[in-house]
Design a protein. Structure first.
Length: 260
């Protein structure tokens, strides 16, 4: 019976909770209302702010409440090229300009978008990290569905009524600069959560990790492990369909290649 391993301790929270103390709030698109469904609503960017633990800046956008005499401040993920004092338009009839939010069904094919809704009305789930974007590939007016290419390269079919912001997320090129020293990595993850430095399993003792022990640092057994293994054994390549390097280019065959 070994010790409770790190992966198991992370689930309990404790010291592994995210560091959210100074975060500025959850950035989302506006909740869908009559104005967005049928026309558009104008907002103004009041401020562009840094959010600790996030690579992309956020934008504070002020809208007039369509139903009550008051202002509503929304927190959006900033698109590249946004500036304070800029007018944003959200809704079905909004123009195709950087920072505007409109349904993907109204955008021409090839439009670059970010903060894309996965399900209609979920206020933005996909392509939200700095420098990321999704691309509108094609529309199917009969089924009211749109095909988009996600940052990972996967293509996904989503309802055409899902909204997205035009443009790419600001703060791109962040990972081009090398971290170079441990101090920078320390401060980077200090704002995020306790996940650095990470001790390798093979560097541990057998009591602390299934890969630990031995006279040389080696795993000593297959690194692949079944999906239904107990929590203390689930380390390495979990339920791997294949292992090794991806070699050669991916060949598209049959119907999927014809659609592209």
């Amino acid at each position: 019976m070994g010790r409770v391993i790190r992966a198991q301790r992370k689930g309990a929270g404790g010291i592994f909770k995210a560091h959210t103390k100074n975060r500025k709030g959850a950035p989302k698109l506006r909740a869908v209302d009559f104005a967005e469904r049928h026309g558009y609503i104008k907002g103004v960017i009041k401020d562009i702010i840094h959010d600790p633990g996030r690579g992309a800046p956020l934008a504070r956008v002020m809208f007039r409440d369509p139903y009550r005499y008051k202002q509503r401040v929304e927190l959006f993920i900033a698109a590249e090229g946004m500036h304070t004092g800029q007018f944003l338009y959200c809704g079905k009839k909004a123009n195709l300009q950087v920072g505007n939010v409109l349904p993907v069904g109204t955008m021409p094919e090839g439009t670059v978008v970010c903060n894309l809704e996965e399900k209609t009305g979920d206020r933005g789930r996909l392509a939200r990290t700095s420098g990321n974007y999704a691309t509108v590939i094609s529309h199917n007016p009969e089924t009211k569905r749109t095909r988009v290419k996600l940052p990972s390269g996967t293509k996904k079919v989503i309802p055409s009524s899902n909204r997205a912001m035009v443009g790419i997320v600001a703060g791109g090129g962040r990972i081009d600069k090398p971290v170079l020293k441990a101090g920078r990595a320390y401060h980077k993850y200090k704002a995020k959560r306790n996940c650095w430095p990470k001790v390798r399993g093979v560097a541990m003792n057998p009591v602390e990790h299934p890969h630990g022990g031995g006279n040389h640092q080696h795993i000593g057994k297959a690194s692949t492990v079944a999906r239904d293994k107990s929590a203390g054994r689930k380390v390495g390549l979990i339920a791997a369909r294949r292992t090794g390097r991806l070699r050669g280019t991916k060949q598209l065959t049959g119907k999927s290649a014809d659609k592209e």
